[in-house]
Design a protein around this ligand. Structure first.
Ligand code: P6P
Length: 339
């Protein structure tokens, strides 16, 4: 007797939650599920790169070996396009958004997807977990016309779905449609995702902080003050520093154990490093749906009005009490940059 429901059964059972959807959102999540399995298969072979050939080389079959992030981008773009589900896609791997035209040139589909196809891909060569991050909006321009930039530059509080796939010791698809956060683990033997993490919630408190402390001298004073708070011998401190250098992995661990992930501005990255549209907004939507807080240090990430496709913003996200404490340190000082 199967203990956990599969992703497919979960989507069917919760179809009524997608109140506006005529099944398109369900089909969209299903297409992401397929792409995740295809990318997972390739990422898991990455360890054989010397046999299969590096990016730009040809592998033993004489096929051109693609960089995995380019490969992942192609897989998600093709899967979303072939299934005629969305009308436009924006990707970290594409300079501009891509219009998906329907059979007759027009496209009556109502969703746009923004994606970071393989975040943390530099970790692949050292066998560290990587991830895919996606964000879904309803288009705001007229159905049947080509999508416009404004369809993609919507505030994060307009997202209809968001999620990530973490290609780690196991492969998980974690997503929300605004009704909580659920995680599904892939059984690679049969290629099925099973509901393994129902109704995920950030612990209100935590003892893990995730940040690249190598940038310490470049951080704003509020971040330096918060780090000293994390490290002093008081109450349940010092906290533990855990930083994998792969956003999805750090975020996923913190959501389960409790913690804060920070990528602040610095003199080296005056607007931060992470992209608002396909990293910070989906992560912020998931954070809030799991009872956490996601801020740029001064305001809610989901309320930021995007100005450009690949815009960067700073992010503090995770356990409510930890992020609120960090914000209190940040608010002692004026914002050090416009972003
Ligand atoms: P740094 C990976 O490149 C990434 O976008 C995130 O996944 C990760 O958390 C961060 O950048 C790491 O950046 O500057 O600390 O190496």
């Amino acid at each position: 007797m199967q203990k956990h429901s599969t992703l497919g059964e979960y989507i069917i059972r919760n179809q009524k939650q997608f109140k506006y959807s005529s099944g398109e959102l369900s089909r969209l999540i299903n297409s992401i599920r397929l792409a995740a399995k295809v990318v997972n298969h390739e990422v898991n072979k990455a360890g054989l790169v010397d046999i299969l050939g590096n990016a730009g080389d040809t592998n033993i079959q004489g096929e051109d070996q693609q960089k995995l992030d380019v490969y992942a981008n192609d897989v998600f773009m093709q899967t979303l396009t072939n299934r005629q589900i969305v009308c436009g896609i924006a990707s970290e791997e594409e300079d501009d958004f891509v219009t998906i035209s329907g059979n007759n040139g027009a496209n009556s589909n109502k969703y746009v997807v923004l994606i970071d196809p393989l975040d943390g891909s530099s970790n692949i060569d050292v066998n560290v977990s990587v991830g895919t991050i996606f964000s879904v909006y309803r288009r705001i321009t007229k159905a049947g016309t080509p999508v416009q930039l404004e369809d993609f530059l919507q505030k994060g509080n307009k997202q209809v779905a968001a999620g990530y796939i973490v290609y780690g010791t196991s492969t998980l698809l974690v997503y929300t449609t605004g009704h909580g956060v659920n995680g599904f683990t892939l059984n690679p033997a049969i290629g099925t995702f099973y509901l393994s993490h129902p109704n995920m919630k950030f612990p209100k408190n935590g003892t893990i902080y995730s940040i690249n402390e190598g940038n310490y001298i470049h951080f704003p004073q509020g971040v330096k003050d918060y780090l000293k708070f994390c490290q002093e011998e008081k109450e349940n401190r010092p906290y533990s520093a855990r930083y994998i250098g792969s956003l999805v992995s750090d975020f996923h661990r913190n959501m389960i154990k409790g913690g804060i992930y920070m990528y602040p501005t610095s003199t080296k990255a005056p607007k931060g490093k992470l992209r608002l549209l396909y990293e910070c907004n989906p992560i912020a939507f998931l954070t809030e749906q799991a009872g956490g807080v996601a801020s740029d240090g001064y305001r809610r990430i989901l309320d930021i009005k995007p100005l450009e496709l690949h815009q960067r913003v700073p992010i503090f996200c995770g356990s409510k009490n930890m992020v609120e404490k960090a914000i209190k340190f940040m608010e002692k000082y004026p914002k050090d940059a416009e972003y």
